[in-house]
Design a protein around this ligand. Structure first.
Ligand SMILES: NC(=O)c1ccc[n+]([C@@H]2O[C@H](COP(=O)([O-])OP(=O)(O)OC[C@H]3O[C@@H](n4cnc5c(N)ncnc54)[C@H](O)[C@@H]3O)[C@@H](O)[C@H]2O)c1
Length: 349
């Protein structure tokens, strides 16, 4: 197979993880990095040793990539993804799928068009060794059917984290706060591990960073799964440090506990521990260790004619779930841009 030409669009905090993962792939070659910000563009181009471009359009015209990685703020994902797909280029976009459900729907439609290139969404935690094993146990029914789950995301974000990237604290730039930017991974895992989501209740508020951000920093969400079981998520960016994400899934014949490790606790047997893979150098602990695994798998499927399994449609339920929390009376129903999230089957009105 020929080497795939790749460009990374958006050269901020997460981009080095993508660039490093591409460098490890024998079948991929980074041909350009792109950023609208001249300083970040120049730095990234120097660090990666490839030319820098100012726009996706310029990148497509000058370098004809086969694949682009979208590492931009949330409000940019839809237009960039749709432009790349229309040019016949595969897309790997960072989460969330988009900042609004209207934009997310546009991506889902573009991805479903006949002959559309592949597009994947970076929910890398689905590749965690612990999560993969939990999914296997649940799918095989080893511990019986799940009867419910509880998860906590207790992380620490400072005012400087938001001041350094103002888009993160705004409804317009991010489409939300803690839920869309941090806890979305855990929402996605809950709905994936427990078989989807059919209803959502919750609340969201700005309890800690109110002077700095307009979006939420603290939230709860209760998901109802198609089986009728519930998962509860408690999440905050106001914890004093970044604690390990914890997910407990109770089944008929035992419990799965995911924290740093997975502990499988059969009701009538010995506990079994599954260790997580080590994070790559330079990665923040809370990003998890699985970007490289996801990126490698995305490239492995090139030319298969099959969609990438974490497709826009697959990434949509987590976004719908958190938007339903924002739309609840105890969320932010009157937030700027709320009308762009109205088309939501999980919205409780
Ligand atoms: N999967 C994860 O665990 C994880 C972790 C961190 C960030 N992310 C996601 O990665 C994305 C980027 O986050 P970040 O923290 O790196 O943001 P950032 O602000 O640090 O970087 C974004 C970069 O994109 C550039 N940019 C903005 N619009 C652009 C455009 N139209 N074309 C080209 N460049 C553009 C900005 O100038 C900036 O340099 C977000 O979607 C975020 O949610 C994912």
């Amino acid at each position: 197979m020929r080497t795939l030409r790749t460009a990374v669009i958006g050269c901020g905090d997460i981009s080095p993880l993508h660039i490093d993962a591409i460098a490890q792939l024998p079948g991929a070659e980074l041909v350009a990095v792109c950023d609208t910000d001249p300083g970040r563009r120049a730095q990234a181009a120097q660090d990666a040793g490839v030319p820098g471009t100012a726009t996706l359009t310029e990148t497509l015209e000058r370098f004809s990539p086969d694949v682009v990685h979208l590492c931009t703020p949330h409000d940019q994902h839809a237009d960039l993804a749709i432009e790349a797909l229309a040019a016949g280029v595969e897309v790997l976009t960072e989460k969330p799928l988009a900042s609004t459900l209207e934009d997310a729907g546009r991506i889902v439609d573009a991805a479903a068009a006949p002959g559309a290139p592949r597009i994947g969404v970076c929910f890398q935690n689905r590749y965690n060794t612990t999560v993969q094993e939990a999914h296997r146990v649940l799918t095989t029914g080893e511990l019986g059917a799940p009867t419910g789950a509880a998860a906590t995301v207790a992380w620490h974000r400072t005012p400087d984290y938001y001041r350094a990237r103002p888009w993160r604290g705004t409804w317009a730039g991010s489409g939300g706060g803690l839920l869309i930017n941090q806890a979305i991974h855990t929402l996605d895992l809950l709905q994936w591990l427990l078989g989807g989501v059919s209803a959502v209740a919750g609340c969201a508020s700005t309890d800690v960073l109110g002077g700095t951000i307009e979006v939420e920093d603290t939230a709860t969400a209760t998901l109802t799964h198609p089986s009728g079981t519930h998962s509860v998520l408690l999440a905050t960016n106001g914890a004093p440090t970044n604690l390990p994400v914890r997910i407990d899934i109770v089944c008929e014949r035992g419990t799965l506990q995911i924290a740093r490790e997975l502990t499988v606790l059969p009701a009538d047997g010995e506990p079994r521990v599954v260790v997580e893979r080590a994070a790559p150098a330079g990665a923040r602990s809370y990003w998890g260790a699985s970007h490289t695994a996801l990126i490698s798998d995305f490239y492995a499927g090139h030319g298969s004619g099959e969609p990438f399994w974490i497709s826009p449609a697959e990434a949509l339920p987590a976004l719908q779930a958190l938007k339903a929390v924002y739309d609840s009376p105890r969320g932010f129903p009157d937030r700027p841009g709320a009308e762009l999230d109205r088309d939501n089957p999980l919205r409780d009105v």
